[in-house]
Design a protein around this ligand. Sequence first.
Ligand code: SF4
Ligand code: SF4
Length: 406
Amino acid sequence: MESSVSIVKCKDYGEEKVLSALRQAIDLIGGIQAFVNKGSRARLGALASRRSPLGEAEGSRGKPRVLLKPNLLYGKSPEKAVTTHPSVVRGMIQIVREAGGIPFIGDSPSVGGLMRTAEKAGIKAVADEMKCPLVEFNRPTLPSKVEGKIFKQLEVDQAVLDAEVVINLPKWKTHAQMVLTLGVKNLFGCVPGPRKPLWHLRAGESRKAFAQVLLDLYRVVQPSLTILDGVVGMEGNGPGSGDPIPLGLILASKNALSIDLVVCDLLGIPRKSIPTNQVALEDGLGGDSIEVLGESIEASKISSFKLPPPFAVTWNLPGFVRKALKNALTSKPWIDDQLCEDCERCAEICPAKALKKTGEGLAFDYGECIRCFCCQEVCSSGAISIKQGWALKLVSRRPKVESRRK
Ligand code: SF4
Ligand code: SF4
């Protein structure tokens, strides 16, 4: 089945400009009423609990409860491009209300509580001003009748299941393990905080296995609409410590995977460069044609964008050789002591317990390390970066978009 993705240019985060770009992007794919309407209640209604974060009264009025799921990785000011910009969240609250929906904002930051994170990211001020509830994901639930392809069941937050409509609001950023975090990856935030490292551990060292977890989660959450904040994205050492880069784009689609595929086209990289795309395409998903509406790919191409370093050499080596040469063949996390603030968050989150405090500071056990890069993701001081093994360095050929923007 063909899906459509709209591309709209938006130069900066001026509130009126963003609101207008959001309206345009949504109108191009059918208008907000196609996503927020009374009928949408039936979609996840069977999974919803009787304990909505918005209360039964509002749900019973017949208005759909609409979860706005931004990227709230951790608390940084909007200019750092770590989180979805507050102007995008503000615009979506307005648009959802105009369509008769009851919006609420929900997420589960990797570091710190939701309120603190949202405050630093400028989203709490928007939520307070617009009287839009902020809901922290801390009620892990096993949805019934939904089975993952790799794992039998995936835990998500009850608030996600309580929403009749989920609107996914990812930020366009690089990601050490998944190359880019876009529409599909953003939904990992629907897994309550402390449960996230467990999924990394279960997926182990296989990037493909973790990508499959993300796709399974995408099937569980079923966002009705995805809007990608690519006005200013992040390149380099993402998703938490990369460099902001103006991209000037907002993308919208009812299909998050289609957005991820189109972003590869915009960057001029193969669609399979992103592990979630690769797994989806191998599973026969996302292979249909995508109709691009609004701006064309050609007119919106990003000429230079710094991707993370390659992850691993993909030679077909026997398992025991791969194990022996693991450090040479893969990228690994590395700490810059000058930048480290000794907060120990990285050690706390490490699912493999491969990072420990010793008498001489933090030390990695690279034999145990599963290369999930959770440590790098939660380091808000940018002290953890990615170092390539010598063999990987030798054979790495950087995609042409990896030159830095002048
Ligand atoms: S590397 Fe980063 S997360 Fe780890 S202790 Fe240092 S500052 Fe904290
Ligand atoms: S050290 Fe970092 S990359 Fe390695 S397993 Fe722990 S969190 Fe993941």
